[in-house]
Design a protein around this ligand. Structure first.
Ligand code: ZN
Length: 68
């Protein structure tokens, strides 16, 4: 898959635009959401608090930012 072919999508959950592969929302199993919201839903489903979700997502972003 070429990077230039990546589409820009709008996440219906947080309203942000993203170009990464979308995640499937766990709430209805058909809505496509951004990877951050997908991560958040997965974490919340195993009992991770909102604050911890924020921390984990921040760490993920730091990891990807250092790779790019
Ligand atoms: Zn989102």
């Amino acid at each position: 898959m070429k990077d230039s072919e990546r589409k820009i999508s709008v996440c219906p959950k947080c309203g942000r635009t993203y170009t990464d592969r979308p995640a499937l929302s766990r709430t209805d199993n058909e809505t496509l959401i951004c990877p951050d919201c997908g991560t958040r839903e997965a974490l919340e489903s195993i009992g991770v608090s909102e604050k911890e979700c924020d921390d984990i997502i921040a760490i993920i972003h730091r990891h990807y930012d250092s790779e790019n």
